[in-house]
Every structure is written in structure tokens, then in C-alpha cells.
Ligand binder design. Structure first.
Ligand SMILES: [Ca+2]
Length: 366
């Protein structure tokens, strides 16, 4: 009996364990249906549908593994078929015991039984680097125009999420080479405020006031959604508006872990409020919007990987409203849910406690 077996009666899919990893974090499908999988300690693999793994891909950076940090997300450039560019995020060490999220891109070349990253280039660094091991966020997603969005967590520092001279607690929007698009909302900041620390980060910012944004996905009409881990209570699914301020740490429908209250969203209507929020929390691992037809009726719904909730949560999106329509118990902390090119769901468990870091394949029950 594997841990998920008892759950299978309650879910509309068959769950097949395929293989397992050492603290897996993210999964991206290659065009041919194989996968890239990251492990938090710094290894990246190519994995086929039978679970056969490559040897670890070479050319990876040193990652600052510890706490919530390490190797994070992986995503393909929209023109990967031609340029073979892969993007990764990771925690990068700095001076004086500081660290911060970084995003790099490199060309993936496959060799016999493994792969190599070349032309490695760091295109973004969270600013500033700070001490601590939490809330990197660092999910990566491309929009239909080939622009790159990075979720940048608050590093458990709270107030920098409202500081425009920092990319902590922000969603940033960049070109694929890390340069700043001319139509970002805050590119003219020097005109408004000539006395800022001009390190160029204003121009990167797309939205602000985020806590630990671990899910980043576009819906079927191209709107950006962000799923955030709240404090004690108040996990949020947010519809991201250009230049929107999502209010953290000024407001949250949760409260601080030590019991101090944070005013709720409805006390400060100038901040953007979540489409839906959860208390008790679901603890998101990631977020996708389902695009396929293999699971009937799911197209356009958001799927959330649940860590403490040990579930996959399905959310119906309707304009600026959202509602949870199903919660599928998985019997393990779920770190990542991904949609294969054929509409199957492939899922990474977290590796912690009795959650074993397995790769699971989910197909509809007959
Ligand atoms: Ca509150």
C-alpha cells in the first residue's frame, strides 16, 4: 500500500507512482512529453514517462540550500523548440550570510543519458539580498507575448513588500533577457521621485504587496493569477492587475503567527483584495490553469497543489470571482501539479514527514 492508495476511492483519477526524487520542487514538460524536474538541493533531471531519469544535468549554479531555499522553479522559453533556452530560479548566497532569489537562463544540450547547460546567464536577482531562509517565492511564467514574470517573496521581512526600492514582495515583469519592458508601470519613477536609491528596481515591478507567492499562472484569457501562502490563515488567490498593490503586510485575512492581528482586506479598500482566500490555510505549492480536455469540465479551472492540506484543490474562475469546487485528497503534501501536453496531470509530492517525494501520474477513472 502506498500513502495515496486510501485516497483513490475519493478522487476522479487513478494515481500511479512513477518514480521519486530527493526534495523535488518543480516540473516542466518538454515538447516531446518528457519532463524537467528540479530538486531543492540543486539537481536538475530529464525524466521520461516511465520514470527513467537522466544523470543530473551539468552546468548548474551553486544553490544556497537551506530552510525554504535551494533550487526552485524551471520553465522553458516560449521558443524552446528553436533556442533550447531553459530558465531556472534558485536561492543565491551573498555577502555577510545574506541570500536572495535569482533567475538564470541557459541552453540545454542533451547528451547520452544526461544534459548540459551552457551559455549560463543570470538575468535577474532579487534586491536586496537579506539574511534568512524563507519566502523566496521564485516561480517563473511567460505570457503570450514572451514576457517573463517572476514571483518574488517577502523573505519574511514584511515591510519591504511595500518598498518600491526593493523587489522583495513583488511580481516583476521582464523581457526574456532580463531587461525592463518600456511599458512596465513604474519605469518613469525618477520623474516622480528623483531622490530614490537608483538601483533600477522600480522599473521591474509589475505589482506589489505580496507575501509568499508560490503559484504563478495565466488563465485562458491571459490574465495573471498568483497564489500566495498567507500567515496564520489567509492564503490568497489573486488576480494580478498592472501596478496593483495587494496590501501585505498592511492587510491580510490571516494574522501573525504570534497572534497579533493584521487588519483584514475589507478595512483598506485601496488595496486589491483576493479573488478567494482560505482559513484554515491550504498551503499552496504551486498553481496551474488546466487547458486540456482529458478531465471533462476542468478546462479553465485553477488547480492548486496543497502542502499542509495534502490535496489538489480545484477552483472555478468567473470574472473577478473564484470558488473552490473540489478538493481531492492525496494523502501526502503536494508540492507541484503540472499538465502534460496530452492533458494528463503529473504531480510531485513534497518530501517531508511521511510525504515521500514521488512523481505521480493522474489519469481520469474510466
Ligand atoms: Ca487579519
Amino acid at each position: 500500500m502506498f500513502a495515496g492508495a486510501h485516497a483513490q476511492a475519493d478522487v476522479p483519477f487513478d494515481i500511479r507512482p512513477v518514480t521519486s526524487f530527493d526534495e523535488p520542487w518543480a516540473l516542466a514538460f518538454l515538447p516531446d512529453g518528457r519532463m524537467l524536474v528540479t530538486e531543492k538541493k540543486g539537481r536538475l533531471f530529464i525524466v521520461d514517462r516511465e520514470g527513467k531519469k537522466s544523470r543530473p544535468i551539468s552546468g548548474m549554479p551553486d544553490v544556497d540550500y537551506g530552510g525554504q531555499g535551494g533550487l526552485g522553479d524551471v520553465a522553458l522559453h516560449p521558443d524552446f523548440a528553436n533556442n533550447k533556452l531553459v530558465y531556472i530560479s534558485y536561492a543565491e548566497g551573498g555577502v555577510g550570510d545574506t541570500r536572495g532569489a535569482a533567475v538564470a537562463r541557459a541552453v540545454l544540450t542533451e547528451a547520452e543519458g544526461t544534459g548540459e547547460l551552457t551559455n549560463f546567464e543570470v538575468i535577474w536577482r532579487q534586491y536586496p539580498k537579506v539574511v534568512g531562509f524563507g519566502h523566496y517565492g521564485h516561480r517563473i511564467a511567460f505570457d503570450d507575448n514572451g514576457l517573463l514574470y517572476i514571483s518574488s517573496g517577502d523573505r519574511q521581512k514584511f515591510t519591504p513588500a511595500q518598498d518600491m526600492q526593493s523587489t522583495i514582495g513583488k511580481i516583476v515583469r521582464l523581457r526574456d533577457d532580463g531587461s525592463i519592458p518600456g511599458d512596465n508601470p513604474f519605469v518613469d519613477y525618477l520623474k516622480d521621485d528623483p531622490f530614490v536609491d537608483d538601483d533600477g528596481v522600480y522599473g521591474q515591478i509589475w505589482s506589489l504587496g505580496h507575501r509568499n507567492p508560490l503559484g504563478l499562472a495565466f488563465d485562458l484569457s491571459g490574465r495573471l493569477l498568483v497564489m500566495e501562502m498567507g500567515p496564520a490563515g489567509g492564503d490568497e488567490l489573486n488576480l494580478i492587475k498592472r501596478a496593483g498593490n495587494y496590501g501585505y503586510p498592511v492587510v491580510s485575512n490571516g494574522d501573525h503567527y504570534d497572534g497579533r492581528e493584521i487588519p483584514d482586506h475589507d478595512t483598506r479598500p485601496e488595496f486589491e483584495k483576493p479573488m478567494i482566500w482560505w482559513t484554515p490555510v491550504v498551503s499552496p505549492g504551486n498553481l496551474i490553469v488546466y487547458r486540456g480536455s482529458l478531465f471533462p469540465g476542468w478546462r479553465g479551472d485553477a488547480l492548486i497543489a496543497g502542502l499542509s492540506s495534502k490535496a489538489i484543490i480545484r477552483v472555478d474562475l468567473d470574472g473577478e470571482e473564484a470558488r473552490e469546487v473540489a478538493r481531492y485528497p492525496m494523502g501526502a503534501r503536494i508540492r507541484c501539479v503540472a499538465e502534460a501536453p496530452d492533458g494528463e496531470l503529473w504531480v510531485l509530492e513534497d518530501e517531508r514527514g511521511d510525504s515521500a517525494g514521488r512523481l505521480l501520474r493522474l489519469t481520469p477513472k474510466d
